[in-house]
Write a protein of this length. Structure first.
Lengths: 239, 249
C-alpha cells in the first residue's frame, strides 16, 4: 500500500486561518442582525398590542425550546424553499439559490435574535420606571427617549447577557459545518480526514476557538467597565 | 406536508429508539456530570493547588470551545489514538471504547461538570460561613457539614440555574447524531433519506423537542417549588400557570 501523503499542520495552516476568518465574519454579521432582531423582539414583547406581544413570545419561546442544531438544519432546507415559494407567489418565475454564507448568517441570527429578545426585555424591565416617565415628562420623543435614556440605562444590565450570547454564537458557528459550509470547523474536518491526524487537528480547532472566546471575554470585560462608568462600585471583591 | 410515514412501524421503531437514546444519554450525563461538578467546585474552593488548577483548566477549555468540536476530539481524535494502542482490541474494554455512546457520555459529563461546577462554586461561596460554623459547633464532622448543610444550601441557592443547565443539556443531545449515534435527530435523518422528505421528519422532531422542553421545564419547576426550604409563598399558584411562566424565563 502506498503511504498516504505526509501533510501536516503547516500545509493546512492557510486554509484553516481563512476558515477562522470566515467563522469570525459569520459571527459578526449574525451578531449584528441578532442584536437588531433582539431589540425589535424586546420592543414587541413589551408592546401594548396583544397580537404583537403574542407573536414575539411565540418566536422567542419556540426558538429557545428547540435545539440549535435542529433549527440550523431545518432553516437551511426551509429557507431557500420558502423564499422560492414567496417569489413564485409574487408571480416571478425561478428558483432562489442562497449562498452558504448568507444561510449561515441568517440561521444563526434568527436563533441569536430569540435569545437577545429575552436579554433586552429583562434589561429594559430593570430600568426604574420613573426614569422613563421623567423622559416623557420632559417631552422626549420616543426615539430620543430610547437613544438618551433607555439605551444607556439598559446597557449595564444587558451586557453580561450580550457577552454570553456572543460566546455562545462563536461556539454555535461550528454547527454550520454540519450543513457543509466551509468555515473553520468544516476546514478542520477536511484537514483531519485528509491527513488522518484527527487528534492533532481537533485539538488545534479547540485551541483556535479558545483563543477567540478568551479574547472576546477580555474585550467584553473592558466594555462592561465602560458602560458602567459613573455607576457606584457595588462590590470591590469581584474586581 | 406528508406525515404518512409516521404510521410505518419501521420508522416508529427508529423514532422510539432515538427517543430512548436521547433520554438515556440525558440522564446518564446529568448524573455523572453533576457528580463531577460537585467534585470540581469543591476542589476549586478547598482542594490542593494542583487539583484546583486542573479543575480550573478543564472549566476554561470546556466552556471556551464548541461542544461539537469536543465530541469530534474525543470520538475521532482520542478514539483513533486508542485504536492504535497494542492489545486494546482484544481487551474487555474495546466494546465500550468503540461505542459512540461512551464518547458522547464522556464529553457531556465533562461539559456539564465544567458549566455546572462553575455555578455550584459560586453558590457554595455564597453560603454564609456562619452556617457551616454552626454545623461544626453542633458536632458534625467536616464531611457531614458538606453533605448535609453546605451542599444542600448551595443547591438551594442555584436551583433555577441548575434546572436551566439541564434544559441546555437536553438541547445539546442532537449533536451526537454527528458521531453516528442513534438519537432523535439521527432517526429523523434516516427517515429523511429513505422517504425523500426534506422537512417533515425534522419538523416532527422539533415538535417533539418542544414538547420535551415544556414537560421537563414543568417537572423541574415542581422540583424547585418542592425543594426543602424554599419560601412558602412561592408554592402558591396553579400548576399550569407556573409551568407556562417558567418557559418564558
Amino acid at each position: 500500500m502506498i503511504p498516504l501523503s505526509q501533510e501536516g499542520l503547516a500545509d493546512w495552516a492557510g486554509p484553516i486561518l481563512s476558515g477562522a476568518v470566515t467563522t469570525l465574519q459569520i459571527a459578526f454579521a449574525a451578531y449584528a442582525i441578532g442584536l437588531a432582531l433582539g431589540l425589535v423582539g424586546a420592543a414587541a414583547r413589551l408592546s401594548p398590542w396583544a397580537p404583537v406581544r403574542a407573536l414575539a413570545t411565540a418566536y422567542s419561546t419556540a426558538v429557545r425550546a428547540v435545539p440549535e442544531l435542529l433549527l440550523i438544519i431545518l432553516l437551511y432546507y426551509a429557507g431557500s424553499q420558502a423564499l422560492t415559494g414567496l417569489i413564485n407567489a409574487l408571480g416571478l418565475p425561478g428558483q432562489v439559490e442562497i449562498s452558504g454564507f448568507v444561510t449561515a448568517v441568517g440561521v444563526l441570527a434568527f436563533v441569536q435574535g430569540a435569545y437577545m429578545t429575552e436579554v433586552f426585555r429583562g434589561a429594559i424591565l430593570a430600568i426604574p420606571k420613573g426614569q422613563l416617565e421623567a423622559a416623557d415628562a420632559y417631552g422626549f420623543s420616543p426615539l430620543a427617549r430610547f437613544r438618551y435614556i433607555t439605551l444607556p440605562a439598559m446597557m449595564p444590565n444587558a451586557l453580561p447577557g450580550m457577552s454570553n450570547l456572543w460566546l455562545i454564537l462563536i461556539k454555535d458557528t461550528a454547527l454550520i459545518s454540519v450543513i457543509g459550509f466551509s468555515e473553520l470547523f468544516f476546514t478542520i474536518q477536511q484537514a483531519a480526514a485528509s491527513t488522518r491526524a484527527y487528534f492533532l487537528f481537533y485539538a488545534a480547532a479547540g485551541v483556535l476557538y479558545l483563543l477567540m472566546t478568551l479574547t472576546s471575554s477580555a474585550l467584553f470585560a473592558r466594555l462592561e467597565r465602560y458602560v458602567r462608568r459613573g455607576q457606584p462600585i457595588v462590590s470591590t471583591q469581584e474586581a | 406536508m406528508d406525515f404518512s410515514w409516521l404510521s410505518d412501524p419501521f420508522y416508529q421503531e427508529y423514532l422510539l429508539e432515538g427517543l430512548i437514546n436521547t433520554l438515556w444519554l440525558l440522564l446518564v450525563s446529568a448524573v455523572f456530570g453533576f457528580t463531577l461538578a460537585v467534585a470540581m467546585a469543591l476542589v476549586r474552593i478547598k482542594g490542593p493547588r494542583p487539583l484546583a488548577w486542573l479543575a480550573q483548566g478543564i472549566t476554561v477549555v470546556m466552556r471556551g470551545t464548541p461542544l461539537l468540536v469536543q465530541l469530534f476530539f474525543f470520538y475521532y481524535g482520542v478514539g483513533r489514538l486508542l485504536e492504535g494502542v497494542p492489545g486494546i482490541k482484544e481487551s474487555m474494554f474495546w466494546g465500550i471504547l468503540r461505542d459512540p455512546f461512551f464518547y458522547a457520555t464522556l464529553t457531556f459529563t465533562l461539559s456539564v461538570g465544567a458549566y455546572t461546577g462553575e455555578v455550584l462554586r459560586g453558590a457554595l461561596l455564597s453560603v454564609p460561613p456562619g452556617e457551616r460554623e454552626a454545623g461544626r459547633a453542633f458536632g458534625l464532622s467536616g464531611f457531614q457539614v458538606f453533605t448535609r448543610l453546605w451542599l444542600p444550601r448551595a443547591i438551594q441557592l442555584c436551583l433555577p440555574t441548575l434546572t436551566g443547565e439541564l434544559i441546555l443539556l437536553l438541547k445539546s443531545v442532537p449533536l451526537v447524531s454527528t458521531i453516528a449515534m442513534m438519537d432523535l435527530l439521527q432517526a429523523a435523518n434516516i427517515i429523511r433519506d429513505e422517504t425523500f422528505l426534506t422537512y417533515e421528519p425534522l419538523i416532527m422532531i422539533a415538535g417533539l423537542y418542544l414538547l420535551l422542553t415544556v414537560i421537563l421545564t414543568a417537572g423541574l419547576r415542581q422540583v424547585e417549588l418542592n425543594f426543602p426550604g424554599m419560601q412558602p409563598q412561592r408554592r402558591t399558584g396553579g400548576f399550569f400557570r407556573k409551568a407556562a411562566n417558567s418557559v418564558q424565563h
